[in-house]
Ligand binder design. Sequence first.
Ligand code: SF4
Ligand code: SF4
Length: 238
Amino acid sequence: MYKYFNNIWLGLSTIAIGLKITIEHLFTKNVTNQYPEKYHPIKSGDLALNARNRLLLKYDDCNGCNGCVRACPVNCITLETCRVVPGDEAPPLASGKKRGLWVLQYDIDFAKCCFCNLCTEVCPTEAVIMTQEFEYSTSNRDDLLYKFSLMPEEQVIEKREMAAKFAEEQAIKKAAAAKAKAEAAARKAAEANNAEGNNAEGNNAEGNNAEGNNAEGNNAEGNNAEGNNAEGNNAKTL
Ligand code: SF4
Ligand code: SF4
């Protein structure tokens, strides 16, 4: 009997404790927001430093080195560059260094990006960075392709044409230099052959002279010997 009434008392007391906590919260200030109806803007520094959000390219800082493209494990960065040809005026990088490449196209497809952060780690100029922006969801995948190049289309075409023309001129110059080098080498080889031929002729002439002299000498010796013999014979006769 005691146990029966004790259980009823425990049940009622725990209900009272639970209701007390609930009633207290009816009169305290809300700590949750009904996102996205009620928006709580993220202030700089609110997110953790290693938070993975939307990337941003600081276009004037990018030197087109291709490091981020090589590092990206899912190939979601598309980069097109062309060299700044001699005579073309290019603004320096934000760091003050000379710009060697125009960045014609720099796209990131955030539908593919896995937010590994490798691109920001390898970037030598800190041109690509993580922002605090994380609210960019959309129902259209095409909207997730972000184009960061600030170069107008007509200027892109102009830079491509200038780079192609310069490459063509360089190829012609290179071919001409290679041809001149080959001709010079052939000329040098021909001169060396001529010199060898002359030496061989000279040697033959010397050889012939020597042989002739020897023959003449031998004949003279023979004649002398014969003469002596004749003289000898004469003596005997006498
Ligand atoms: S965060 Fe990773 S996946 Fe996304 S663009 Fe950078 S390297 Fe590629
Ligand atoms: S964003 Fe950085 S790593 Fe990528 S091409 Fe530009 S300078 Fe190189």
